[in-house]
Design a binder for this molecule. Structure first.
Ligand SMILES: Cc1cc2nc3c(=O)[nH]c(=O)nc-3n(C[C@H](O)[C@H](O)[C@H](O)COP(=O)(O)OP(=O)(O)OC[C@H]3O[C@@H](n4cnc5c(N)ncnc54)[C@H](O)[C@@H]3O)c2cc1C
Length: 485
């Protein structure tokens, strides 16, 4: 029987496997689906730790519920009902600017917060009158360039740069706006202004219900944590998952019939640490960009070269739990962004127990601080005790906390969030062109088209579907034509 192998059991790889299984029933002949995961557990960055009544997310907090295809998949697996929406606190966000200031959405209230001075505010309010830039220019712009052109330098520095720290743990001057925030670029393109575009899309969508978070969509997670989705998918019996199985390299199995052989290619996957290999008729690489670069090196050197250019710096997550009296030190909200010029190493802190109260024992406080990224990668070299001390000390200074944490959990992600730098759009085009020349090889994960959890899921669904169609020889279907990858 033919075999589809998916490398990586993060949300992307598992969604690819699920979608391929759904399409298998439509294929002329069946195929086996095997997911290989290097670590001992499924979920990848979605890792949930449960301890003494605390539910700690070691990776993503939740995700914006704006991908209908992902919801459909959750429904097909009977796990949609497990989804929980963050409570109203998620709508309120803070920025450290000498002291804690709420980022208000109403212009007058925002002006009163004094995050941006009067001249900067006037410049921001002129945004609807800033002419639309040509697409060729936007394609080369960093997030900072785009923001300063549309909103002014003050807004780019005080508002957008910290937001980029929060999403990418990255530097707004280094990241491509069209690759990192295509929805912002689309607002300028379609409405000529971010302000007009946001007003129009708020009027349109159902996504304006519930606590808004970021640009669009409600912040959601799952009753038993984000990893529970991965576990449910892996246990669905639609495909086989093998953990503790790291793919070292993919090799092409050459046929004895020479270059005129028109039969579909076959691959051999070499497994780390054991003397055996696994054969596949199609492969979806769903690891981190740098991991995929390594595995596809032999069969798609150009893809590997381009993927290896995507930097994925480390991020450290320090979760701290406090007794109930600490709650008095925190205003109602999602959390705080801490700009680099404020003199702290913590990039931001999320007040998990306010968003999802069931994550801590009754009335207790659960916070998670993020450190590292491209702006401070060396922080990942500190040991766990030093990291807990560093974060406890910084949070005590910012919030006036006097009590010590009663719980701590440190997670270091050596390859956390890919940085879509200014070369990213061209790099993606190079990768996709090279994949056209490597039939049977597909690329999922968050390396190319979006770093959000739900975006990674949707990329997995898309690539799983394409792999299944290609493998099943479904005629005239998208995915049988390499141009439609
Ligand atoms: C600290 C942190 C906070 C985040 N917060 C949010 C958030 O709040 N909201 C949000 O939307 N997104 C967030 N993200 C981003 C989001 O978590 C990720 O983009 C998403 O989970 C990536 O899923 P994935 O399946 O593409 O990759 P991963 O989850 O990285 O999974 C890849 C899997 O592939 C495996 N693998 C790699 N190489 C091999 C190999 N050779 N052989 C076998 N297996 C291999 C890995 O072990 C891993 O399990 C956050 C990310 C981090 C790191």
């Amino acid at each position: 029987m033919k075999r589809l192998v998916i490398i990586g059991a993060g949300i992307s790889g598992l969604c690819a496997a699920h979608e391929a299984a759904r399409y298998r029933s439509k294929a002329a002949d069946g195929f086996e689906i095997l997911v290989l995961e290097a670590s001992s557990k499924v979920g990848g960055k979605a890792r949930t730790v449960k301890r003494d009544g605390w539910l700690i997310e070691a990776g993503p907090t939740g995700y914006l519920d704006n991908e209908p295809e992902f919801n459909k998949l959750l429904e097909q697996n009977g796990i949609l009902h497990e989804k929980v929406q963050a409570n109203d606190a998620a709508a309120r966000r803070y920025l450290l600017h000498s002291r804690l200031r709420e980022i208000k959405t109403h212009p007058l209230a925002f002006a009163r917060s004094r995050i941006i001075g009067p001249i900067g505010m006037l410049r921001m309010m002129a945004e609807p009158f800033v002419p639309r830039a040509k697409p060729e220019r936007v394609a080369l712009e960093s997030i900072w360039d785009f923001a300063s052109r549309r909103l002014g330098v003050a807004a780019a520095n005080k508002l957008i740069a910290p937001m980029v720290l929060g999403v990418f743990a990255g530097d707004a001057r280094q990241l491509s706006v069209s690759a990192s925030f295509p929805n912002l670029v689309a607002l300028e393109r379609d409405y000529g202004s971010l302000t007009r575009g946001m007003i129009a899309s708020r009027r349109k969508g159902p996504s304006n219900q519930g606590p808004r978070s970021g640009l669009s969509g409600k912040l959601v997670s799952f009753r038993r944590g984000l990893q529970s989705v991965a576990v449910a998918l892996a246990e669905s019996d639609k495909f086989t998952v093998r953990c503790d199985t790291k793919v070292q390299k993919i090799e092409a199995i050459t046929t004895a019939h020479g270059s005129n052989d028109r039969r579909p290619p076959r691959y051999r996957l070499l497994i780390d640490g054991i003397d055996s290999s696994i054969e596949a008729n199609a492969v979806v690489a769903a690891g981190e960009a740098c991991a995929n670069a390594h595995t596809v090196e032999k069969v798609a050197p150009e893809v590997a070269m381009a993927l290896s250019e995507i930097t994925t710096p480390p991020v450290v997550v320090v979760a701290l739990g406090f007794r109930p009296q600490a709650a008095l030190n925190f205003p109602t909200g999602f959390g705080v962004l801490i700009p680099r010029d404020q003199g702290y190493r913590t990039l931001g802190c999320i007040w998990d127990s306010q968003l999802f109260p069931e994550r801590s024992p009754k009335d207790h406080v659960l916070l998670r601080a993020m450190l590292g990224g491209s702006v401070d990668p060396d922080v990942a070299d500190l040991d766990d005790d030093s990291l807990v001390e560093l974060v406890s000390d910084e949070l005590a200074r910012i919030f006036g906390l006097t009590s010590l944490p009663i719980l701590s959990e440190v997670t270091k992600w050596p390859f956390a969030i890919p940085q879509y730098d200014l070369g990213h759009p061209l790099r993606v085009a190079r990768i996709e062109a090279a994949l056209e020349r490597t039939p049977g090889l597909f690329l999922a994960g968050n390396g190319l088209h979006g770093v959000a959890f739900s975006k990674s899921a949707v990329t997995g669904i898309d690539q799983g579907r394409r792999a299944a169609r290609w493998l099943g020889g479904i005629p005239n279907a998208p995915g049988t034509d390499p141009k439609e990858r």
